[in-house]
Ligand binder design. Structure first.
Ligand code: ATP
Ligand code: MG
Length: 432
C-alpha cells in the first residue's frame, strides 16, 4: 500500500515535462533552425545557464519586466548573486566581450538554443521555463544585416511549413530620436494615469515607451491614438529604416509596418520586429521577436558596439505547428515490432531485432511473454508498419512471418532474408 503521507511531486508551477511527442516537434524545429543558421553563416554558442545577476540588470535594464519581476535570483554558497538566464542576448554579448571577439572579422554571428527562465504568471504559451532559438549578429551596423537576420527568422518559419504568419516591423530610433518624442508620449498618457495599470503608471516617468508594449487590459485602451515614434525619427534614422525595408523587399520578405511596436527590453534601438500569426491581436502568440541593440555592449562594460538579433520561442513555434496541423510524426514508433511465440522464440526475436537495428531499421520486441493475440494488438497500437511473427516452429524451419499492419497482408521469408525484405519495404525518404 502506498503511504498516503508520501508526497507525489508535480513539476513546479509554470514548467512542464517535454514528453516524447513534444520532443520530436522541438527536435524538428531545431533541425530547421540549425539549417537556417548555417545558410546565413551563424555558428552556435552555449553560455552557462546562470550568470551574475548584474549582467541582466545592466544589460536588459532596471525597470524592465524581466529584471523587475521575472528573474530567478539566488545567492550561491560563496555569496555571489546569480540569476538563471532570463534571455539570451546579454549572455552572448558578455561572451563576445569576454573572448575578445571584436578581434574577429565582423559581424560575429552567433546562434543559440537555450532554456530561458522567467517568473511569469503561467498561462497558455507562457511558461516559467521555455526554450529559445536565437541569433545575434554583433559588430556591424548595416541595414542589410538587419534584413538578413529577419530573413533567417522568416525562412525558418517558412521551412517548417508554417502559413498565415506575418512580420511586424518598426523603428524605435535611438536616444536622440526619442528626445522630442518621449515628452509627447508622456503627455498622451498623462490624463489617463489613474485608469492605467499600476505597474504601467510607475513606468510612465521612467520608461514611457514601455506603455505601448503593455499587455494589461487596463492600459491597452489608451494605447490607441498615442503619438508614434516614426514621426519623430531624425533624417539619418529614418533613412536607415528605409534602407532596411528596401533590403527586405529585395529578399522577397513580406512585412507590415507597425508604428506602435516597441519591445519590452531596454536595449533596443532602431529596427524592431516580431513574427506573429496573421490573425493575432492578443499577446501570447508572438513566436519570434528581436531588434537592434546598439547600446547594449556599452551597457555591460564594452566599447560602443552595434548588434542585432532575435529570440524565437520554441514552445510557441511548436504550438503553431500543432494548430496548423503540421505535426504528424509519431514520436517513438518503430518500423517493426516482433512478436515471439513458443520455446526459445524470444531469443531468436532478440537476435533479429539487433540485426534490424544495425541495418537502420527501427525494431523492438513485444515483450512480456503474452499471447500472440496480445502481442499483435500491441503491434497495431504501436504505430509500427510491420510485425514480424517469430513462431518457434517456423523458426526451426528457418522461416519467419512478415505482417503488413496496414493491409493485414502477411507472408513468409527466410531468416537470412529478413533484413533485405524489410529494407525494401521500410525504406522511406528521409524526413523533410
Ligand atoms: P512577450 O511579449 O510574449 O512577453 P517577450 O517580449 O517577453 O514576449 P522576448 O523576451 O523577446 O519575449 O522573447 C522572445 C520569444 O520567446 C518570444 O517572442 C516568445 O516566442 C518566447 N517567449 C518569451 N517569454 C516566454 C514564455 N514565458 N513562455 C514561452 N515563450 C516565451
Ligand atoms: Mg515577456
Amino acid at each position: 500500500m502506498a503511504d498516503s503521507s508520501v508526497r507525489r511531486f508535480q513539476t513546479p508551477r509554470g514548467t512542464r515535462d517535454l514528453l516524447p511527442v513534444d520532443y520530436t516537434v522541438h527536435a524538428r524545429i531545431l533541425d530547421h533552425a540549425r539549417e537556417q543558421a548555417r545558410l546565413a553563416g551563424f555558428g552556435f554558442i552555449e553560455p552557462p545557464t546562470f550568470e551574475y545577476a548584474d549582467l541582466f540588470a545592466r544589460g536588459v535594464g532596471e525597470g524592465t519586466d524581466i529584471v523587475e519581476k521575472e528573474m530567478y535570483i539566488f545567492d550561491d554558497r560563496g555569496g555571489d548573486r546569480l540569476a538563471l538566464r532570463p534571455e539570451g542576448t546579454a549572455s552572448v554579448c558578455r561572451a563576445y566581450l569576454q573572448h575578445g571577439m571584436a578581434n574577429l572579422s565582423q559581424p560575429v554571428k552567433l546562434a543559440y538554443h537555450l532554456p530561458i527562465f522567467r517568473y511569469e504568471r503561467p498561462q497558455a504559451g507562457r511558461f516559467r521555463q521555455h526554450t529559445q532559438f536565437g541569433v545575434e549578429a554583433i559588430g556591424v551596423r548595416d541595414p542589410a544585416l538587419d534584413a538578413e537576420v529577419i530573413d533567417l527568422g522568416w525562412r525558418l518559419a517558412e521551412s517548417l511549413g508554417l502559413r498565415d504568419l506575418k512580420i511586424l516591423l518598426n523603428s524605435i530610433g535611438d536616444i536622440e530620436d526619442r528626445r522630442s518624442y518621449v515628452p509627447r508620449l508622456k503627455a498622451h498618457f498623462e490624463p489617463h494615469l489613474e485608469q492605467i495599470a499600476p505597474d504601467d503608471r510607475g513606468r510612465w516617468d521612467r520608461a514611457p515607451m514601455r506603455l505601448l508594449d503593455s499587455k494589461d487590459e487596463r492600459t491597452r485602451p489608451f494605447q490607441e491614438g498615442a503619438p508614434i515614434i516614426t514621426d519623430h525619427l531624425r533624417p539619418e534614422s529614418a533613412a536607415y529604416y528605409d534602407a532596411v525595408k528596401v533590403h527586405l523587399e529585395a529578399l522577397g520578405i513580406p512585412f507590415e509596418e507597425r508604428p506602435t511596436l516597441v519591445r519590452g527590453l531596454d536595449y533596443y534601438t532602431h529596427t524592431v520586429f516580431e513574427i506573429v500569426p496573421a490573425e493575432a491581436d492578443g499577446s501570447q502568440v508572438t513566436v519570434l521577436a528581436g531588434g537592434r541593440y546598439d547600446g547594449l555592449i556599452e551597457q555591460i562594460g564594452g566599447p560602443p558596439t552595434p548588434g542585432i538579433g532575435f529570440g524565437m520561442g520554441i514552445e510557441r513555434m511548436a504550438q503553431q505547428l500543432r494548430e496548423q496541423d503540421l505535426v504528424t510524426d509519431d514520436a517513438s514508433a518503430v518500423d517493426v515490432l516482433i512478436a515471439a511465440l513458443g520455446e526459445g522464440a524470444d531469443v531468436a526475436a532478440s537476435r533479429i531485432a539487433g540485426e534490424l537495428r544495425r541495418n537502420g531499421i527501427a525494431a523492438t520486441l513485444a515483450f512480456g511473454g503474452r499471447s500472440l493475440k496480445a502481442q499483435l494488438r500491441q503491434a497495431n497500437r504501436s504505430g509500427a508498419r510491420f510485425a514480424l511473427i517469430a513462431g518457434a516452429r517456423d523458426l526451426s524451419e528457418g522461416q519467419i512471418t512478415v505482417r503488413n499492419l496496414e493491409s493485414s497482408e502477411q507472408w513468409s521469408v527466410g531468416l537470412d532474408d529478413v533484413v533485405g525484405a524489410l529494407t525494401d519495404v521500410t525504406y522511406t525518404q528521409p524526413q523533410d
